[in-house]
Design a protein around this ligand. Structure first.
Ligand code: UTP
Length: 296
């Protein structure tokens, strides 16, 4: 099996109920982070991490996702005719980021169900999985998925991204159990879904990015659906890590979950404040609001 990871699977089929009513007609993965859909950041991360073939899992009613990564002839002509060459270039770049394919998840039976659809695409190769509604803003020269690829090149075994969370938040995440064998490198012996504070094996939470090997597919075929009839990717990983080495990589970077209202707003404020043209005016508005609410 090649040690180069050139394929990525991006699950983007979910209902996005936490962002209703917006997600009634618009895919949550097209929610903007300032002016760019979250899924574009995710595709760009996959490409910058070495992937040139990408499979996006969508569902009925989410064709706008396809449109975003396809040429828009009328728009491009208009931008050309009005001399907006820079904007035209950045629009055309979106169409040529990678070889992007799509598969439809007909029954929305969870993240495990979405990844299970990628068997044919993946073949015998290792592959990244990137949640389509979550931006990982790397604090390293390498993007977060690229950090996982470094471990894969070294060990040849699958890797999940881990991030340390405050103790009181462990019950919201899948938490790693295992030993830290080198700085930031965990050899996993289990993953515990949403443990109580008292029984949490660590504070390292599974964090929206995975680097998997094709032997995950037989495990996905065997797991049983749980709550809401959803098949959990974590359950398949738990089975696989009994049979082979499985690593956790404490990634350098920050997670932005755009699929929740608070995550969406906080991420937008933070990313907008990085834009010099928005910083001053937005900063002043935020200060005024905080003072008005007696928060400052
Ligand atoms: P979430 O659990 O956050 O997505 O999945 P959701 O179910 O759409 O969200 P809520 O809880 O109803 O608001 C993380 C990623 O996995 C995809 C989602 O589209 C999202 O990008 N996903 C989830 C699928 O592709 N298929 C599924 O069946 C479930």
């Amino acid at each position: 099996m090649s040690k180069q990871v050139t394929k990525a699977v991006i699950p983007a089929a979910g209902f996005g109920t936490r962002m209703l009513p917006f997600t009634k007609a618009v895919p949550k993965e097209l929610i903007p982070l300032v002016d760019t859909p979250v899924l574009q950041y995710v595709v760009e991360e996959a490409v910058a991490s070495g992937a040139n073939e990408i499979l996006v899992v969508i569902s009925e009613g989410k064709d706008a996702v396809k449109n975003h990564f396809s040429p828009a002839e009328d728009l491009e002509k208009r931008l050309h005719d009005s001399g907006k060459e820079l904007l035209l270039e950045s629009m055309q770049k979106i169409n040529t980021l990678a070889d992007i394919r799509y598969v439809y998840q007909s029954e929305l039976n969870g993240l495990g169900g979405a990844v299970a659809l990628a068997g044919e695409f993946v073949g015998n190769d290792p592959f990244f999985v990137l949640l389509g509604d979550t931006v990982m803003d790397s604090a390293d020269a390498l993007p977060v998925s690229g950090q996982l690829a470094v471990l894969y090149e070294k060990y040849g075994d699958p890797v999940v991204a881990l991030a340390e969370v405050p103790l009181e938040k462990v019950s919201s995440y899948g938490i790693a159990s295992g030993s830290e064998i080198a700085q930031g490198v965990w050899l996993l012996d289990d993953l515990v879904e949403k443990p109580d504070v008292a029984s949490a094996p660590s504070r390292m939470a599974v964090s929206a990015r995975y680097l998997l090997t094709p032997d995950i597919f037989p495990e996905l075929g065997r797991i049983k659906p749980g709550k809401n009839n959803e098949m959990q990717l974590t359950d398949a990983i738990r089975e696989l890590l009994q049979k082979r080495r499985f690593y956790g990589c404490q990634v350098k970077g920050k997670r932005y979950d755009l699929g929740s209202v608070s995550g969406f707003i906080a991420a937008n404020v933070e990313f907008a404040m990085r834009r010099p043209e928005l910083q001053e005016v937005l900063g002043r508005q935020i200060l005024d609001i905080l003072k008005e609410k007696n928060i400052l």
